[in-house]
Design a protein around this ligand. Structure first.
Ligand SMILES: Cc1cc2nc3c(=O)[nH]c(=O)nc-3n(C[C@H](O)[C@H](O)[C@H](O)COP(=O)(O)O)c2cc1C
Length: 322
């Protein structure tokens, strides 16, 4: 993405990158960059609706004219956004690592204006968390919205833009390849959706684990290995990366960098220094001096036809089980 990183471990977007104090702690513990907590489109819109409702009760503010309402609407949006922009400005002053702004969006309506403001506030790059839920039965345009959103954002900002994608796509490989060819500078694989559980006593829906487990690394390894060498942008691995071993694996699979969130909640921000120590020790053991000496080497096992390779592995391993 054109960003100079001192090591490959980035603090991914989460509550831990939403305050200046914890951003500073992440830098102290070795984070190479931070992706700020996302601005949620709904959060802003909800706030606008609430404030407008309040304003409507006051005839001094709300005259009943639609222009007044438009003004209040716009004013409050700016105010809410200002808090996020201030965090970018403060972080840029307080830390020397790259600060990446993040937007969690579900429509391509009027939020590209936010990206320009984030660029003006000093963000080194942007990450678009394209949260188009596959459980949406209303939007029949399938993945087309991704392309429209990217096009709109790239038209208004000059800083590098990465997209954070989910692991649910029509024709995953082809879709990700096409997205990488839109002009984005990076792709983060993957974000994590809400997962439900069921409490059988109460017979009610509950929320499953908010944090990932190490078991979730395998799908990330798989797709980083498949896509590396087939995309037009950098790849950052995310989901299930908890220790130095997973950092090494993602680099071997072809990632330029990794993003971590759950492990920082579970083990504290100093987990980053432990992960880096693990990577360093392994590189010393293997006599590697730079990441480029081994990045992507294991992904080559996938060869020219990943589907055929996986079919072969499936037949080899599963047919032997009686
Ligand atoms: C408490 C919490 C808050 C999060 N908030 C955001 C967010 O605001 N924006 C975003 O793109 N991802 C968010 N994430 C997702 C993480 O950035 C990451 O993609 C996901 O947790 C998988 O990585 P992990 O296995 O290292 O946790 C959040 C995750 C957690 C646990």
């Amino acid at each position: 993405m054109g960003l100079e990183l001192k090591n490959p471990v980035i603090a991914g977007s989460s509550g831990l990158t939403g305050t200046l104090d914890s951003i500073k702690k992440l830098e102290e513990n070795g984070a190479a960059a931070v992706v700020l907590k996302s601005i949620f489109e709904e959060e802003i819109l909800l706030d606008v609706t609430q404030h407008v409702k309040e304003a409507k009760k006051n005839p001094m503010i709300y005259s009943g004219l639609s222009e007044t309402l438009d003004y209040i609407d716009l004013h409050i949006r700016e105010d809410n956004l200002e808090k996020f922009l201030q965090l970018i400005r403060d972080a840029k002053k307080a830390v020397s690592i790259p600060v990446i702004g993040s937007i969690n969006c579900i429509s391509n309506e009027d939020w590209t204006h936010f990206t320009r403001k984030m660029e003006e506030a000093g963000a080194d790059a942007l990450e678009l968390n394209l949260f188009l839920n596959t459980a949406d039965f209303k939007d029949k345009s399938f993945e087309k919205a991704y392309f429209r959103i990217i096009e709109k954002v790239l038209a208004v900002v000059k800083i590098p833009v990465a997209i954070k994608v989910s692991k649910y796509f029509t024709r995953m490989g082809l879709s990700l390849k096409a997205l990488s060819e839109t002009g984005v500078a990076g792709m983060v694989m993957f974000n994590r959706f809400y997962t439900p559980d069921i409490d059988i006593e109460k017979m009610a829906l509950t929320s499953a684990n908010m944090f990932s487990t190490r078991e979730e690394q395998y799908e990330t390894i798989r797709w980083i290995a498949i896509m590396s060498g087939r995309v037009n942008c950098d790849l950052a691995a995310s989901t299930g990366i908890h220790t130095g071993d997973e950092v090494i694996k993602m680099l071997l699979a072809g990632a330029s960098a990794v993003q971590v969130a759950s492990t920082l909640y579970k083990n504290g921000p100093d987990q980053i220094s432990r992960m880096l120590q693990g990577l360093n020790n392994w590189m010393t053991d293997k006599n590697f001096e730079s990441l480029d000496q081994f990045r992507g080497t294991v992904a080559k096992a996938y060869g020219d036809d990943p589907a055929a390779f996986e079919r072969m592995q499936f037949m080899k391993h599963f047919s032997e089980i009686r």
